[in-house]
Design a protein around this ligand. Structure first.
Ligand code: MN
Length: 155
């Protein structure tokens, strides 16, 4: 199942993060993005796009760039359940990702790239309609490096 890695890392008796139905039964719209500011050991921004019924996720240390051509490192992390888009709160000490999570921006995600092939092509272009993030961004994967991507704001 898609959320195996997500479930394996968490003890749902200890964290209040959503377990996720792992199917389409969630109330979360299937075409959203969310950016969560995560005050963990290192502050970062978790950038998540709803694709194929999960939130594809990247940790962006500096947060998404707001100026065209600004490149931001985006480290791909495990898929999260759609329900995670609503999550804010404190992940307890000792648990995976311990620290505070707050929603920094959220809105409609409009893909430009073909969602069937972006992972293979390692390029995903999209439009975000958020409160803070408005416009076109592209994620470009490093060559021979499945985890590391660049998130770049387009003109
Ligand atoms: Mn995080």
């Amino acid at each position: 199942m898609k959320l195996n890695a997500y479930h394996k890392r968490r003890d749902f008796k200890k964290t209040t993060e959503p377990q996720g139905a792992g199917d389409s039964s969630s109330d979360i719209a299937s075409d959203i993005f969310v950016v969560q500011k995560h005050h963990a050991r290192n502050l970062h921004y978790d950038f998540r796009l709803a694709i194929d019924g999960v939130l594809k996720s990247w940790a962006v240390p500096k947060g998404p760039g707001l100026k065209p051509a600004e490149k931001r490192l985006a480290i791909m992390t495990e898929d999260h359940p759609l329900e995670y888009a609503d999550f804010e709160g404190v992940i307890p000490e000792g648990e995976y990702g311990a620290g505070t999570v707050e929603i920094w921006d959220r809105g409609h995600f409009e893909p430009i790239s073909d969602l069937a092939t972006w992972e293979q092509k390692r390029k995903l272009e999209f439009v975000l309609h958020g409160a803070k993030l408005k416009g076109t961004w592209v994620l470009i994967g490093f060559k021979n490096d499945p985890k590391n991507w660049l998130l770049i704001k387009k003109q």
